[in-house]
Design a protein around this ligand. Sequence first.
Ligand SMILES: Nc1ncnc2c1ncn2[C@@H]1O[C@H](COP(=O)(O)OP(=O)(O)OP(=O)(O)O)[C@@H](O)[C@H]1O
Length: 452
Amino acid sequence: MLTKGCILLIEDDETFRSFLQTILEDEGYEVRLAGDGREGDRVLARESFDLVITDLKMPGKSGLELFRETRQDPGSPPFIFLTAFGTVDEAVAAMKEGAVDFLTKPLAAPEALLSLVARTMESQTRNRAFLSLKEAEAAGLPPEELVFAGQVMQTLRKMVYDVAATTANVLVCGESGTGKELVARTVHLLSPRSRLPFVALNCAAIPENLLESELFGHERGAFTGALQARQGKFELAAGGTIFLDEVGEMPPAVQAKMLRVIQERVFERVGGRKEIKVDVRIIAATNRHLEDEVAARRFREDLYYRLNVFPLLLPPLRERLDALPALVDFFLQRFCRQLNKKLQRIEPEVLRAMRSHPWPGNVRELQNVMERAAILAHDCIRPEHLPESLFNRQVQEKPGGSRDMLRSMEREMIVKALQKNRGNRRLTADELGISRRTLQYRLREYDLIGET
Ligand SMILES: Nc1ncnc2c1ncn2[C@@H]1O[C@H](COP(=O)(O)OP(=O)(O)OP(=O)(O)O)[C@@H](O)[C@H]1O
């Protein structure tokens, strides 16, 4: 039977510990035990847990000390404290530092603990689930996680952690598929808002006339078809984070309203008069040079500065090839798990081909390539498991060339794929391992709209 989650229980009173163990196990949780903070520390170093329930005061290392040390680690589990009446103040202090909650000993009713544990587990799952929405929908597969591979990402890691602790607006810049949304979700996850909503909206995917109502909601009758009043994304994200992808596509009227939300923290629904207060952290993303948009007066300069309080730049994959081995390994393990396969090795030729490829679809493309290879391969991944585009001679002959050269190669690859697929964008995008949206940008960028 699948357990509902794994809990580390740290308690020095043996009787109380086994009482808690019984009620948690009866409820379907897997429980590991430790008799004090030091032992808890050792267990935590070996295994991962969904939750830690710990006594606050213990000889040796206290639960509070352990909590403070542990929460420095990314992805550390939530803590619930058990405390005697005399030490409630300390438990309250721990909550201010990020602990989930505390319960006083002796437990008045085990139900209180069980419902707190259930709620914590649920919010853990919710927080993780958003990282793997598509996969989780499919089969409750393991969550996606951001791999900080290569030097650039190592530097970025620190920035992500630092900015997550604040409420500063963040602007994530990078080509399509570089991981902007994943970074935004990770900032949210690591922030004190992690248990509140993360709401994402792609500004390019919504028709201009609907974007305002999508963001700010509308009142009934605000426009033809507005039969019901509806909350917008800002209201849905209350207290949490809103992720605005392709923010450069935002039309001027919406930009003005955004500015007001940032400056005054209020807005009105479309067709409404009532001011609605908001406390939402904004993470915006763009794959355009937003400065150019500002210079061309397509994007408000004042809004740009408000959004760009903390910029995070994700370079294209071809400019951080040192990240390849770790990413390849990560995706290989993921797809092996999903496909229930054991593929141990990757032939050196495969990595060589990967190093010479311009990766127009960036990490998303690599992920697709790895999935395809994992499906095709039986024992180890060989060159024949890679798509043909990775063996484009031209690319191999001129690795690491200038940006212009890469762009012209990318254009050529798109033209070829379009021709091969008779202008069918879905097939073309699939072949290139990029999303249809990315293809759409590229077509516009390379002036290829007429080719389809
Ligand atoms: N560093 C990384 N570690 C693990 N997975 C990654 C990483 N970077 C990107 N990915 C994966 O690549 C895919 C694309 O990432 P994401 O959607 O965040 O990119 P994006 O820059 O927001 O793309 P777009 O601009 O097209 O929306 C996702 O499936 C994501 O999980």
